[in-house]
Design a protein around this ligand. Sequence first.
Ligand code: ATP
Ligand code: MG
Length: 337
Amino acid sequence: MKTILTGIRVNSEPTLGNFLGAMLPMVRLANEHSKDHHINIFIPDLHSVIAEIDGNFQKNLVNSIKIYLAAGLKVNQNVHVYRQSYVPAHSEMCWLLNCVANMGEMGRMTQFKDKSEGKSTVNVGIFDYPVLMAADILLYSANYVPVGEDQFQHLELTRNIALRFNHRFKKDILVVPEKTETQVKFMGNSEGVRIRDLSDPTKKMSKSTPGENSKIMLTDNPEKAAKKIMSATTDSLGKIQYDMFNQPGISNLLQIEALINDKPLQEVISTWQGETHYGDLKKQVASSVSTFLTHFQESIEAIPDEMVYELFETGEAYANDVADKKLLEVQKAFSLR
Ligand code: ATP
Ligand code: MG
């Protein structure tokens, strides 16, 4: 049985962009494939300590699993939910893979360059986390790892580490995850979803953008969220069209309207194409967003913490079992066992 694996950092709560672009597509993928695939959904908490984490970390952690459940994730015996730091093999595997990865390839990682640029001190974790990510993937022989395009380079690194390891020990011990093009195809239409910043639609919506009105959080008061949509930056062309390049603000609203109502983008475009009153579209999207948030927040409220902790308990037992077996094979290859 093949494995689909995903992790989402919970340093702060997710935006509507994270939800529509990464979490919701994963729920669809999981529900579609959990009959004959392992679905690993994990909290990469060891990745979180690379940066500062706020006092709500444990709450955000439980909440992020509730988000998957509220979004419709169907749990069966093939769906495994676990916290990385509860599976010690991740750290051990990371060390062993550190001795396979090269300084040269690591130094080329653009995320490292971006995250360290202009900083007077940079912790080693920021440099090394792609190797921990490789460990996260290779311990479970994951074939599919749905990630945003910002993570493609790390996925290629994982493939290179696995190929080099197998070559060095002359045995196919590590399963090489699929190429990024294959991953994107497998994900279907989740490819290319980029929800834009509401104040500056030329940029993507990001958790770390300071502007309150730039982003919608899943915990936003629905009325407040509707106001943010009403005040979203658009353009002065006065004609509704889907054109991310020339009309990113309007296109972003059409995109949100489609994704949030689970409608094909093309259908939403045909409904609004050629209309001239931006206010009407904004009212419609504002209403969709506030209705969605109201229902979503009620669903989250209804999920008890215990349900999440039970998932962790069974998921972590499974994860430790699988990860320890793979780790042992790797330790044996290095003659450590
Ligand atoms: P940060 O500002 O800290 O980088 P972020 O909002 O970009 O936060 P990440 O933790 O980097 O979020 O990414 C989590 C997941 O959400 C990734 O799979 C990423 O590709 C996806 N994602 C992030 N922003 C968007 C967006 N605006 N639209 C669609 N998907 C997004
Ligand atoms: Mg990001």
